[in-house]
Ligand binder design. Structure first.
Ligand SMILES: NC(=O)c1ccc[n+]([C@@H]2O[C@H](COP(=O)([O-])OP(=O)(O)OC[C@H]3O[C@@H](n4cnc5c(N)ncnc54)[C@H](O)[C@@H]3O)[C@@H](O)[C@H]2O)c1
Length: 374
């Protein structure tokens, strides 16, 4: 298959969808890979490394789209890319169609095949191509929190781990899923006293078994949250209710009960945030202060660490990219249900219910579309 790797053109996106080692894996199966010049630079990979792995470097994005049967990307295509997409071209990337009608309509109009990372789903309902980014954001959260707890950054001026003779900071984590677990590990490793709250008692039991002694678990409810925020130095929001907006576990009035300089990192901001006063911020301007409480609400945290994020993402995506390249999209989706669940838009038809529901469009049975395409 002819595979194209364009450079991401979305603002501040430094990740890349294939590393040089990914290229050499694909070459083993005889595939042809065109890489846009400087596509990997933001993540630390030079054109010469891609060439050494067997890719051909093309100077312009248009040439990559023109040559490729499959485009592998990180972020959804943006307006300047729409016209480059060819009928029947396969795009394998994050789309998040439910958040953009314009993108949905553009992909329908281009009659492309859109295989979305975010809906590739295992039988146990886990989302293997979303987990790596939650792991990155989870591990970043205490790091960012520690930074903004410093006095010059408007925080309380407390060191997460304390020192001999001085108590460590209290870290409260709301949600003990992927983000919450990774955040707890890092915060505990830095020596903080950590409390993880979740509504899932089974999950709290598992966490209690595996976490070190400086991590407590507690049932998440309004009473416990109100009590915990009074002495928390750092609060990390990490809840998710799949397919729904995050619940506001910390409401506006609760800020007054916190100590000045408390820091809140709401990782769940991409789902609306679990802190009422949260609104999305960027890496250029990551925080704002309300009632002397520092809010960090960056919606694309992994973007700040593109080297780690690219490797984490491609570790997870490459096995699927290889399957699709080897079998073609139809063969791969018929062979692997996980990939079939990733199909969102196929040759002008919406085949993913969530996307159709979001924009009041007709949903076509994915099996019908696959059968017709054979
Ligand atoms: N900002 C970013 O850059 C970034 C990056 C990655 C992920 N995220 C977001 O982080 C959030 C968490 O993702 P995840 O992968 O950890 O999800 P997950 O499904 O693994 O975990 C969510 C947890 O929240 C718990 N929960 C639900 N309601 C709760 C409540 N009322 N109180 C306490 N816990 C509750 C669930 O039981 C579950 O354990 C998501 O919104 C995700 O989109 C943001």
């Amino acid at each position: 298959m002819i595979i194209g790797l364009p450079k991401e053109i979305k603002n501040n996106e430094n990740r890349v969808a294939l590393t040089p080692s990914g290229v050499s894996e694909l070459k083993k199966y005889g595939h042809t890979i065109y890489v846009q010049a400087s596509a990997g630079l933001g993540s630390g990979f030079k054109d010469t490394e891609y060439e050494a792995a067997g890719a051909t470097i093309l100077p312009a994005i248009e040439a990559v789209y023109a040559q490729a049967e499959m485009i592998v990307k990180v972020k959804e295509p943006i307006a300047p890319e729409y016209s480059m997409i060819k009928e029947d071209q396969l795009l394998f990337t994050y789309f998040h169609f439910a958040s953009s009608e314009e993108l949905t309509q553009a992909m329908i109009a281009r009659k492309a095949i859109c295989l979305a990372y975010e809906t590739v789903e295992k039988n146990d309902r886990s989302l293997p191509l979303l987990i790596p980014m939650s792991e990155v954001a989870g591990r970043m959260a205490p790091q960012e929190g520690a930074k903004y707890l410093e006095k010059p950054m408007q925080g309380r001026g407390i060191l997460l781990g304390g020192v001999p003779g001085v108590k460590p900071a209290n870290v409260l984590i709301l949600g003990g899923g992927v983000v919450g677990t990774q955040a707890a590990k890092i915060a505990a490793g830095l020596g903080a006293h950590v409390t993880i709250m979740d509504i899932n008692l089974t999950r709290l039991r598992e966490l209690d078994d595996i976490m070190p002694a400086n991590v407590d678990t507690q049932m998440s409810n309004t009473y416990n949250i109100r009590e915990a925020i009074k002495t928390a130095d750092l609060i990390i929001g990490a809840v998710l209710i799949p397919g729904a907006k995050a619940p506001h576990l910390i409401t506006r009035d609760m800020l007054k009960e916190m100590r000045p300089g408390t820091v809140m990192v709401d990782v769940a901001v991409d789902q609306g945030g679990c802190i009422e006063t949260c609104k999305p911020t960027t890496h250029e301007d990551p925080i704002f202060v309300i009632d002397e409480v520092v809010h960090y609400c960056v919606a694309n945290m992994p973007g700040a660490v593109p080297y780690t994020s690219t490797l984490a993402l491609t570790n997870a995506t490459l096995p699927y990219v290889i399957q699709v390249a080897n079998k073609g999209w139809k063969g791969a989706c018929l062979f692997n249900e996980e990939l079939k669940r990733g199909l969102n838009v196929v040759k002008g038809e919406v085949v993913y219910k969530g996307v159709a529901d979001a924009w009041n469009l007709k949903v076509t049975d994915v099996n019908e579309v696959l059968a017709a395409a054979l």
